[in-house]
Design a binder for this molecule. Structure first.
Ligand code: 5GP
Ligand code: ZN
Length: 110
């Protein structure tokens, strides 16, 4: 998708502190961390919402949810993390390419 910052990060057009990538997703540090560790897990395919997913994209999201706990220790999240997926404007979604926030590396506020 043209002019999508996360598409550009995923395809290497703009730089990011990437910690993990494979054929389906990339994981990189959030530019404005809200916790000691704040990374974003982003599917390479562009879609905005869970509501928009086709079957292939749903499979990719399922695979992400399997892989994230596998790589969490290598991200500094061995002791737990919060997974946040903002869906739409009222939730505060500002980048309209689906992404999962992983927050941790410390005890988070309730
Ligand atoms: P949202 O509010 O859409 O759920 O989250 C978007 C997140 O993307 C924000 O936490 C913001 O800091 C992060 N972000 C926005 N632009 C960039 C960027 O160019 N690089 C990186 N690494 N993170 C970004
Ligand atoms: Zn995109």
């Amino acid at each position: 998708m043209e002019n999508c910052i996360f598409c550009k990060i995923a395809n290497g057009e703009i730089p990011a502190a990437k910690l993990y990538e494979d054929e389906e997703m990339v994981v990189f540090r959030d530019l404005h961390p809200q916790a000691k560790v704040h990374v974003l897990a982003v599917p390479r395919q562009h879609f905005k919402l869970f509501a928009d997913m086709n079957a292939e994209q749903a499979e990719i999201v399922k695979n992400m949810l399997v892989k994230i706990p596998q790589i969490a220790p290598s991200l500094g999240l061995a002791d737990g993390y919060r997974l946040i997926v903002n869906q739409g404007e009222n939730a505060g979604q500002t980048v309209f390419h689906l992404h999962m926030h992983l927050l941790g590396g410390e005890k988070l506020p309730e």
